[in-house]
Design a protein around this ligand. Structure first.
Ligand code: ATP
Ligand code: MG
Length: 382
């Protein structure tokens, strides 16, 4: 049992998934799923976590559950190999969270850099805020603990995530160690699996800001149609110093090149070489390094590079989009996948919860335990 290889990961249903999610986690999940090297895979739509900062907007969360599920299926997650489930419908996770709360201090939570940044981004610390949004919702503040519950409920060994999730995995590992040393060795310490290339660790936005994020409106969505992708790429931030085609250009901090780093494959130079054939100048490139070298030297225009990026991105996005259209026509199937996945997840989480409660000595009515308790307490008063 202890050597089983188990994956748990997921996304908040606060919007459709974008190419940042794809390179940061989704693409890897599909590869791991198809590698056949894992015994169990659980992919969670984290609606309860989404509600920690969207308590007043349950309809948004409800609507996006199906959007995320459609994105999952179209990206290649296969219900025959991975259990796709809805977090709030596995109430064991809430119970685990409640018990783990005792193992974490407020001070420790306050040190979490990702939560700190998110609190700032959401304005929870702004005193002047006129509405009743000022202040940090307790549930939001504690979401790293609930994430530990999600991961440990399935005894996950591997959690494929983007860089921003590292503090959550570290917090989970601490809870596991604390639990196991205080009670009994029930829980398993997970490891984070980050993308291998720097570009995918944190994909920047189309506006050049550090992170592509739903809340910043700088995303290319997996479900965007081809024309929208073209328009978004056309409007992308590049090197503001690259005014004339002949000017030397910067590759660092230029999201067009970061996206190419994340998506470009060797075969693309043969297949999409005509993007670099122009009326006045033409180039023949065989690698991304050659494209970058020419851009740095000057003479290679943004339009050509963007046309190439469009072709490269479409090579990944078009098949995903096509599969999505098919799943969109069969919504009952999508809900059935979630229902079945949730049933499977509940069974496993219930088993872990039972072990946790036994370790914590709060399993009074378990078979055998009750008899022993009765005997012990009767003896005491005899
Ligand atoms: P929200 O604004 O609601 O927090 P989000 O865009 O940050 O949404 P999450 O659901 O919090 O998305 O994150 C899901 C997964 O995608 C996590 O593993 C996260 O690390 C990864 N991820 C999100 N944005 C990016 C990005 N720009 N680059 C790489 N990975 C990302
Ligand atoms: Mg996030």
């Amino acid at each position: 049992m202890a050597d089983k290889k188990i994956i748990l990961t997921g996304d908040r249903p606060t919007g459709r998934l974008h190419i940042g999610h794809y390179v940061g986690s989704l693409r890897r999940r599909v590869e791991l799923q198809n590698s056949g090297k894992f015994d169990e895979i659980y992919i969670m739509i984290a609606d309860a976590q989404a509600l920690t900062d969207n308590a007043d907007n349950p309809e948004k969360v409800r609507q996006n559950i199906i959007e995320v599920a459609l994105d999952y299926l179209s990206a290649g997650l296969d219900p025959a190999k991975s259990h796709l489930f809805i977090q709030s419908q596995v109430s064991e996770l809430t119970e685990l969270t409640f018990f783990y709360n005792n193992l974490v201090t407020v001070q420790r939570l306050q040190r979490n850099p990702t939560v700190k940044a998110e609190i700032q981004m959401r304005g929870f610390n702004d005193d002047e805020s006129a509405d009743n949004k000022a202040g940090i919702p307790v549930g939001f503040f504690c979401y790293p603990i609930s994430q530990a519950a999600d991961i440990t409920a399935f005894k996950a060994t591997v959690v494929p995530v983007g860089e921003d999730q590292l503090p959550m995995i570290e917090q989970t590992r601490e809870i596991v160690r604390k639990f196991n040393s205080t009670y009994a060795p029930v829980l398993v310490e997970p490891t984070a699996l980050l993308p291998e290339d720097a570009a995918s660790l944190r994909l920047p936005g189309t506006d050049g800001r550090a992170k592509m994020s739903k809340s910043l409106g700088n995303c290319i969505y997996l479900s965007d149609d081809s024309e929208t992708v073209r328009e978004k790429i056309r409007g992308m931030y590049t090197d503001p110093g690259h005014l004339q085609v002949s000017d030397p250009g910067k590759v660092e901090g230029n999201p067009v090149f970061t996206y190419l780093d994340a998506f470009c494959k060797p075969g693309h130079f043969d297949r999409f070489g005509d993007c670099f054939v122009g009326k006045k100048v033409s180039f023949e490139f065989h690698s991304l390094d050659e494209v970058k070298a020419q851009y740095r030297a000057g003479g290679l225009g943004d339009v050509m590079v963007k046309n190439f990026l469009y072709a490269v991105l479409e090579d990944t996005l078009a098949p995903i989009r096509e599969r999505r259209h098919r799943f969109e026509q069969d919504i009952p199937y999508v809900y059935e996948v979630l229902r079945q996945g949730t049933l499977a997840a509940r069974e496993v989480a219930a088993r872990t919860l039972a072990e946790v409660k036994a370790a914590m000595k709060i399993n009074y009515f378990d078979p055998g335990v009750l008899d022993a308790l009765i005997a012990q307490q009767s003896d005491k008063y005899r």
